[in-house]
Ligand binder design. Structure first.
Ligand SMILES: Nc1nc2c(ncn2[C@@H]2O[C@H](COP(=O)(O)OP(=O)(O)O)[C@@H](O)[C@H]2O)c(=O)[nH]1
Ligand SMILES: [Mg+2]
Length: 238
């Protein structure tokens, strides 16, 4: 079974289309799947809307008391997920739900434990994102290069076998939970699957200077762990 974890903060505008496209994707791929919306008491009523939509879609809603951060939202969602496959996708439709199918196929057919949605390999890209955001993303991307061979390690769009996360301590810091998984999960093989990132059409980004600082802190900790030989994937290749 597949569990799709969707962290939300003020995503009312995008949620109906997201759930519809996810459900269509499940149907197309013949997937048994559930969606877990992890909402941080969004003032726009995202959680209540998600609960309403649960009449039509396989959704469960985890309500948290306040805005506690993207990474910790995903980790809390993981605790209640039933799937042996775990997907994480942004709610704002920047990550095309349809791309989950090639990602899952890559895992099932190529014997990988992790599939990363990638903007930085041939076939992937970014559309309509403000140049300033693209620049920040590219710099962030460069900063991970000595940490992992994954080309888009700051992608927040991924599918991982639950098994690869068992016993792994993921740091709930900031925005980049995908990077934690890429750096720490116990996988032998990963695949990157190209997708085109598009800017949100509803609501606003929650990416702030605070998230930049959290990312830099996270990097410091990860590089420290890498040099102490504590990162599984790096170790298994050494
Ligand atoms: N639950 C929860 N979700 C969050 C939080 N911060 C961001 N998100 C969600 O994480 C996803 C990515 O955030 P977004 O603002 O689109 O970041 P950007 O794409 O980098 O501009 C979206 O689905 C947000 O609603 C948070 O503090 N708590
Ligand atoms: Mg976004």
């Amino acid at each position: 079974m597949l569990s799709v974890i969707v962290p939300t903060y003020n995503e009312r505008g995008a949620l109906p289309e997201l759930l519809e496209r996810l459900a269509a994707t499940f149907q197309q791929g013949g997937l048994a799947a559930e969606i877990i919306v992890v909402d941080d008491n969004s003032p726009d009523g995202t959680a209540a809307l998600a609960e309403e939509l649960a009449a039509r879609f396989p959704v469960r809603v985890l309500r948290r008391p306040g805005k506690l951060g993207l990474a910790s939202a995903v980790l809390d969602g993981l605790k209640i997920a039933h799937g042996d496959l775990i997907a994480v996708i942004d709610a704002d439709l920047s990550h095309p739900p349809e791309a989950l199918l090639p990602m899952i196929q890559a895992i099932e057919q190529e014997g990988a434990d992790l599939a990363v949605g990638s903007r930085y390999i041939p076939g992937g890209g970014m559309e309509d994102w403000p140049l300033s955001r693209q620049l920040v993303s590219m710099i962030a991307n460069r900063l991970t290069l000595a940490l992992t061979p994954v080309r888009d390690a700051t992608s927040g769009f991924f599918v991982v076998r639950r098994q690869a996360l068992e016993g792994v301590n993921l740091n709930p810091i900031g925005f980049k939970i995908g990077l934690e998984v890429i750096a720490r999960a116990h996988y032998r093989k990963y695949v990157e699957v190209p997708y085109t990132f598009t800017d949100r059409k509803h609501g606003f980004s929650k990416f702030t200077q605070r998230e930049v600082i959290a990312f830099l802190k996270q990097l410091l900790i990860l590089y420290g762990d890498k040099y102490r030989n504590r990162l599984y994937f790096a170790r298994s290749r050494a």
